[in-house]
Design a protein around this ligand. Structure first.
Ligand code: SAM
Length: 255
């Protein structure tokens, strides 16, 4: 019922508010960045309606109560959509070139991953990832894609450390280039690989022979192919997430 109300508000701006709880009648001061965006970019005015969410309490209709040179205060009116969380899909991806890695974070959030974990592999060139900046990209993607939750971006860590003591129940869809792995669609159609799961994408240089060896020893690892062409890491991630979402994720729930 609530979600049916969304159509009436679909053209309103959506803003993420990093506060623990949302409730009717409450007033909140938005961040400096949101103030700049609403005032100078969107030229919003006092009294304008917008949608807000905090990643926990669904989506709310709100009104701009005050918009001055210094701050913007919004007041919450009513809940217009229930909270819906993304399927439990973790992305394990090596950093690649900055712009391309930004795309990987943005598209993972749009495509409905729950967590994005940057990992350092043997052939990873860039060993840094600015967690705060990447989290901000995920927030923007959640605002734009109408998620009510926000994909969590974790601090970068070596792949070996992340996989040490890995949960037995979480299979890892291991995207393996140039290998005789079965096609991702046939693996997912087999019924043995379900949520919760992770998807692993390597760096520009691919996985090392040593990594291939220890990864394929892990019982949680499920090697898959995305076809005979060698894809850029960002293309591979988008392709893999699309297959996962359509076959074992929440795409079948749409509509
Ligand atoms: N330099 C590597 C090579 O030439 O073999 C290619 C690495 S590719 C740019 C980056 C990552 O995307 C790979 O490590 C893999 O995870 C994924 N990938 C690319 N093409 C793939 C394919 N056809 N099947 C499965 N994974 C693929």
């Amino acid at each position: 019922m609530l979600d049916g109300m969304m159509a009436a508000y679909k053209n309103l701006l959506r803003i993420y508010m990093g506060v623990p709880d949302l409730s009717a009648g409450q007033e909140y001061t938005l961040t400096d960045g949101q103030h700049h965006y609403l005032k100078n970019v969107m030229r919003a005015e006092t009294g304008a309606s917008l949608r807000v969410f905090n990643g926990r309490n669904g989506e709310w209709l709100a009104e701009i109560k005050e918009l001055s040179k210094k701050k913007v205060i919004v007041s919450l009116i009513q809940k217009i959509a229930e909270q819906k969380n993304a399927p439990d899909i973790v992305v394990l991806a090596s950093p690649v070139k900055k712009e391309n890695f930004d795309i990987m974070v943005e598209k993972s959030c749009e495509l409905g991953a729950a967590v994005f974990q940057p990992v350092i592999c043997d052939h990873t060139i860039v060993h840094r990832a600015n967690q705060e900046r990447l989290q901000a990209i995920a927030v923007e993607a959640a605002e734009q894609s109408e998620r009510t939750d926000v994909m969590q971006v974790a601090e970068i860590a070596p792949l070996k450390d992340i996989l040490a003591g890995w949960d037995n129940k979480r299979r890892i869809v291991f995207c393996q280039e140039r290998a005789a792995a079965p096609a991702i669609a046939s693996v997912l159609a087999g019924g043995g690989v379900n949520l919760p799961l992770a998807v692993l994408i390597g760096p520009e240089g691919g996985f090392s022979a040593a990594e291939m060896e220890w990864l394929t020893q892990m019982p949680q690892i499920v090697p898959v192919s995305l076809g005979g062409r060698i894809l850029r890491a960002e293309t591979a991630l988008i392709a893999a997430l699309s297959c996962i979402q359509s076959m074992v994720g929440d795409w079948p729930d749409a509509g």
